[in-house]
Write a protein that binds this ligand. Sequence first.
Ligand SMILES: [Fe+2]
Length: 170
Amino acid sequence: MGLITPNDFPNLRELYTAQLRYLLSTENQIVKGLPAMIEHAEDTQLKQAFQSHLQETQVHVQRIEGLLQELMGEIDDKKDPILTAIVGSGENITKETESGPVRDAGLIATAQKVEHYEIASYGSARDWAKHLGLTNHVSLLQKTLDEEKHADQLLTEISQRTNSSASIAA
Ligand SMILES: [Fe+2]
């Protein structure tokens, strides 16, 4: 079967490195996508939440770049198609709604899909780093993971208000 299925990840370290490369692509796509979400959000608190998460995400990119540099001696990402699909579906929601609470509800849903995906990815990466004895990686990944969880909680809080406005929007 080895001839048919290439063994690109013969060990956990290789799998971990690939995970970080996907995460770098994830974070870079978020940096690219958030300005449009900031622009399209109507709710002021939502705009601010996206704005501050953009700043956090720029730091997340730097953290992963540093970890990859240490692991591989270079910074190279791996295109993450899942994030591309989530961002694409979010863009469709924006095109198919008018500015206001319903669009805001859609923007929050898209952002939370991204956050949950990141939380899962960072959680695995952090656990793998632990098993690989990469203690400096563990603490940086944990920091990012905590920020992703906080961003997700904040979106849930904001959605309490925007969803109730959306439910009565004509
Ligand atoms: Fe992030």
